[in-house]
Design a protein around this ligand. Structure first.
Ligand code: C6P
Length: 426
């Protein structure tokens, strides 16, 4: 994937025109985009928080409960067998989407659960006092707190990559941070605040030299670009269905086979066992070992339809579309006097944070909402990064795009920001 999409304003115009054409082909799939908010057409630019859902996904959910509902891996009756086949079929489809073997994909609730699972089940067994865990200052709380909990329990030390002025990871610190003491390097594949896409190849190379593992928090990358865990060569990889057109409460955790096999279970209960006696138990094979209790059957099955839908739209096309729209958005935002955009790393993704003079981002978001424009305001679950950036109020406004967004919607947001500023200056 190239870092520079366009060189000239004319090339940008052309790329934006193509991306609008792409969006218009798929917008009709999303019923919610026809809504009006405060009498204005909804402009949904909060996709990094959660994406909207297409009709095929809504229908698949309805179809599951109408036709197929039964518990999985338990019954011998037809309905249970059909539900089990659909559940395991979905695992295969989702695994294929990230180019993983199905048995290496654990269904979890979300990225957060995937990280907690590894920090607990791998961490307790493999991390000791004095060992080091390497994170970065741009991490989401979900990729900080579980490691802090592990460090507190084990006496391990956490070290953090800083960022450069453009919001990219400061790789010059790699030699100092990643050493033979490092057990794991856990990083966002893409930042939810800066849009930075981290240099995973470099990180994996450095980690391998130190015999450390690499965990990728892929919550913001999987929805927006083609990913291949084998090419990335990471050890663990977590993502959330709800940010990629799927329902909430379902996500995926990929783990390398020998690591998953060596790990103890995360939770105990039904489904994760081979045999239980009064004096102990033996575990089921992976991935069931990590799926105790009745899983989120309906949403796991629908996750299979989600990845089929995204494949039909085209992950490469989604990525190209969003790159053009992001370049366009950043350019238009920076035309606004007194507005600061955070994050200018080459090849950045479509989560764009900004602040307007000394206006509180929550006020900005409220004014935009009155114009039908949904953005997020706050710390974006990245308080250490807010401190590092020195943002006023420890917060930013953030607009984040998906493949159904158009440049016209960006124009509506820009007009709304001007309106907000005039209102606050008056
Ligand atoms: N970020 C945002 O508005 P969950 O909540 O488990 O699906 O995803 C957690 C998570 C982990 N890592 C990154 C990089 C993320 O962006 C998120 C979720 C949302 O930015 C909600 S806070």
């Amino acid at each position: 994937m190239s870092e520079t999409l366009v060189e000239t304003p004319r090339e940008l115009d052309e790329a934006v025109r193509r991306s609008d054409e792409h969006a218009l082909r798929y917008r009709g799939d999303f019923p919610i985009l026809d809504r009006r908010i405060h009498g204005k057409p909804l402009v949904y630019l909060d996709n990094s928080a959660t994406s909207q859902k297409p009709r095929v996904v809504l229908d698949a959910l309805d179809d599951y409960y109408t036709r197929l509902n039964a518990n999985v891996h338990r019954g011998l009756h037809t309905l249970s067998e059909e539900a089990t086949n659909a559940y395991e079929g979905a695992r295969e489809r989702v695994a294929r989407f990230i180019n993983a073997p199905a048995r290496n994909l654990v269904f979890v609730r979300n990225t957060t659960e995937g990280i907690n699972l590894v920090a607990t089940a791998w961490g307790r067994k493999n991390v000791r006092a004095g060992d080091e865990i390497v994170l970065s200052v741009m991490e989401h709380h979900s990729n900080i707190v579980p490691w802090q909990m592990l460090a507190k329990e084990t006496g391990a030390v956490i070290r953090y990559f800083d960022i450069r002025d453009d919001g990219s990871l400061d790789m010059e610190q790699a030699d100092r941070l990643i050493s033979e003491k490092t057990r794991i390097v856990a990083l966002a594949h893409m930042s939810n605040v800066l849009g930075t896409v981290n240099p995973i190849d470099d990180i994996v190379t450095r980690a391998r030299q130190a015999s450390a593992l690499v965990f990728l928090d892929a919550a913001q990358s999987v929805p927006h670009m083609p990913v291949d865990v084998q090419r990335l060569d990471c050890d663990f990889f977590a993502f959330s269905g709800h940010k990629m057109c799927g329902p909430t409460g379902i996500g995926g955790l990929y783990g390398r086979e020998e690591l998953l096999e060596a790990m103890d279970p995360y939770m105990g209960g039904g489904s994760m066992i081979d045999e239980v006696r009064l004096d102990g138990f033996t575990c089921a094979d992976i991935p069931e070992k990590f799926e105790a209790g009745t899983p989120n059957i309906a949403h796991a099955i629908v996750f299979g339809d989600v990845v089929d839908y995204l494949e039909a739209v085209g992950m490469e096309q989604i990525h190209t579309h969003e790159r053009a729209l992001t370049d366009y958005m950043v350019g238009r935002l920076e035309e606004i006097d007194g507005l600061t955009v955070y994050g200018h790393a080459p090849g950045r993704g479509g989560a764009v944070s900004f602040n307007l003079e000394d206006m509180h981002p929550s006020d900005l978001s409220t004014v935009l909402d009155r114009q039908g424009v949904a953005i997020r305001a706050g710390h974006h679950c990245a308080q250490p990064l807010m401190r590092r950036l020195g943002t006023p109020y420890g917060a930013t406004a953030r607009a984040s795009v998906y493949f159904y967004n158009t440049s016209e919607e960006i124009d509506v947001m820009i007009a709304a920001i001007h309106k907000a500023r005039n209102l606050f200056r008056a």
